[in-house]
Design a protein around this ligand. Sequence first.
Ligand SMILES: [Zn+2]
Length: 311
Amino acid sequence: MNIIDLHCDVLLKLWEAKGALRYADAPALQANKARLQQGQIKVQCFAIFIEPDIPSDQKFHAALGQIDYFYKEVLAGNPDMVHIKEWSDFDRLKIGQIGAMLTLEGVDPIGNDITKLAALYHLGVRSVGLTWNFANLAADGAEEPRGAGLTSFGRQIVQQNNQYQILTDVSHLSERSFWDVIEIAKYPIASHSNARSLCNHPRNLTDEQAKEMFNRGGMIHVVYHSPFVKEGGTAEISDLIKHIDHFCSLGGVKQIGLGSDFDGTSHLVKNLGDASKCQNLINELLKYYTEDEVKGFASQNFLDHRPGVKQ
Ligand SMILES: [Zn+2]
């Protein structure tokens, strides 16, 4: 069954390796192309993520560097990888092709310059998360002790996302930032977050947050990073399915998707250690849910809720 995966950190690894990794089949990449093919990933989102220790004045340059690897290593090296630039491109993928979409995890690279963000849209970024774990000029992240919300610059970014029909990603936001964003974001998404009531981690969403996401037509994509699935020890696929069950119990059966976090963690759910294993999750889900529901989680729910599609 085809899968749309809303989050991986392949670009960070390609950029850090400075050309030493081949995207097609490098064993060091959990979401390399060969593994996407084996796992039936139909669309993979590629996050631009700049580590906090990169000096501020080099962050935008680093973001462009990761985009360069997206174009020259992911796309140019692999004619069967197709760049998703518009929301309608999902409908044009042919058998054997894999869609690749750029996302931004934290707006730190743009500093205080919103024009740089518009430039990133033009290069293909279709989903923007305001923060990683800490604070920046837009908002506070989930692990920033201050726990503040959106700045006026952050608000301007969400409004610009709305105007360009770009997703605004709430994964990684502080609770206060989440509530500020959800008030104004037309296209909210949680690209890689689980349920906090099952696994008490600040990166996970409370039931109130999840319900508000569902009320507002947003998607929640569950993440395979074990510490967000289960407290202590390595999580199993059955533990991950409990998060899906829980979000369903909150009314989200048609608004749940998948967001692996491949290449952003080495601590993944057992039997879900790289993209080639993704059908293990699908097969397990098919024991408890109808084929239509599982197809929804795997891809259709996202397709139904992407910007520009009438609900
Ligand atoms: Zn992340």
